[in-house]
Design a protein around this ligand. Sequence first.
Ligand code: ARG
Length: 465
Amino acid sequence: MAQLWGGRFTKETDKLVYNFNASISFDQKFYMQDIEGSIAHVVMLEKQGILTEDEKNAIVKGLIGIREDVESGKLEITDEYEDIHSFVEANLIERIGDAGKKLHTGRSRNDQVALDMKLYTRAEVLQTAELVQELLTTLLDIMEANTDTYMPGFTHLQKAQPVTLAHHVGAYFEMFKRDILRLKDIYARMNYCPLGAGALAGTTYPLDRNYTASLLGFEGPTLNSMDSVSDRDYIIEFLSALSTIMMHLSRFSEEIIIWNSNEYRFVEIDDAYSTGSSIMPQKKNPDIAELVRGKTGRVYGALMSILTTMKGIPLAYNKDMQEDKELTFDAIDTVKGCLALFNGMVKTMQFHKEVMARSAMNGFTNATDAADYLVNRGVPFRDAHSIIGRLVLYCIDKGTSIDALSLEELKEISPVFEADIFEAVSLETCVKKRLTIGAPGPDAMKEVIAMNRQFLDDCWMKDTM
Ligand code: ARG
């Protein structure tokens, strides 16, 4: 048990208390950020004349040595220390002696941990956005190749109107596009440096907080020291964005599971992304899609947990906040894993285009267009709706579809029908005529695809790296 704060105490910490309090088992995940923050801190201290150049050089060299040794495995992070901050500082003192004891001048673990977590999360926001961008690229490629691959569009999971595969996938493109934009907003809002806030009330040293912030790539310093050490909003915002990404992945997974079912057969998931059954030799299961759907609950859980942890905490730092880490790390790793796997699954998935088109042809997906045909020939929409309703009933009775009827049969139901009705209710016409922006008509779709290609080319992460 090695602690930074023994001076005031006359007794050893109880072992169970020590273990309950310690965070090293999980905060070691940001040892690099801890060292990066410490280097910026001492560079600033020297510029301000608080440390000598020799002291700064010795500390920076020592810190780089620790980072290299941890990376190479020469130095192991053990639970002998309470947290990663104590581990780094104790090791530094061991390596360089008295100069190491000056590292913590004008700093508290409260602003230190606030910084470490922020640096870690900031990088993860970018990495998540990159994975979403990769998925968007896959989706756009599928859209480009399928502007005239017909399929039924559904409402209430009942066939509604014909769309195209490009259009259906395009709906998910828009969802994941908003996810990237959300990450961009979060990045901009969180990008202020808490270091220099001290324990809660700043410090009495002449720190240059602007300088530290710029060394670490922040927009500037945070503006209230009590808020700086106790703000976890950005974690909550990030978890909320991650939850929304999972919700989108889960909806898409659910569709893929349905499309991949024996009844639908719209798609075939690649062997590399499917699993078998230990007893039923014929089985090929969509486990990846199911797991992505399943893991959504775990990410929502992290969001609810941290919202609840934060809700009763008075200013400023309280130890409750240590609970911000494990679930956040788990949620980030989960979402990144799901994005990468989902992308691979979609990229390698086969679309059975003829099955989709056949499915779009039956189920009366052209009934609205048949009603529109009558409206265009002067029948009021409400009457047209009722005429086509009767027509559908007639077809159901005869076990046929609107386009398979003869003109005589059609005329019996409404004399307004002429020979051009067949062209008007063909699958191709039904889709082609939907030409306003956002609709599945191939020309409208191509315009949207071009706009989205531009969006991907301009993606904001490139300027941030
Ligand atoms: N492990 C602590 C955390 O994660 C570091 C900050 C400790 N500060 C303190 N005053 N005990 O929040």
